[in-house]
Design a protein around this ligand. Sequence first.
Ligand SMILES: [Zn+2]
Ligand SMILES: [Zn+2]
Ligand SMILES: [Zn+2]
Length: 136
Amino acid sequence: MSRAEHLLKDHELRSTPVRLDMLSYFLEENRSLGVSQLNTILADKYDRATVYRTLKSFTESGILHRVMDLQEENSYALCDSCKEGSHEDEHVHFLCTNCGKNQCLHDVSIPAVGLPSGYRLKDANMLLEGLCPDCS
Ligand SMILES: [Zn+2]
Ligand SMILES: [Zn+2]
Ligand SMILES: [Zn+2]
């Protein structure tokens, strides 16, 4: 069984060609990918609606999480150990200004922010910019 098949099984999703293709790509690249990028890569096999639907089921089942990016409309990256309906992706993302890779730093958590009273935090994103190990 491939890693992609394992991931789908772990999250109780059926293996379909589009799911396997997309997941394999994420596993191979090991960085965040934007929707337009995915559409371009998968365009000869799947239409936009299929790509969109697949992203939705992946985020709902804890396989992918949304990543804040500077230029992309929507970017996604693989989760570390999330489950269906509960994401724990409070980690920092690092954007390399040289090669453009945006990677999850799973071991670096977002520092707690003291909010004024009346504000309730639901989600936190932190994007750091700099040079990745390959480029520095
Ligand atoms: Zn997650
Ligand atoms: Zn780099
Ligand atoms: Zn991440």
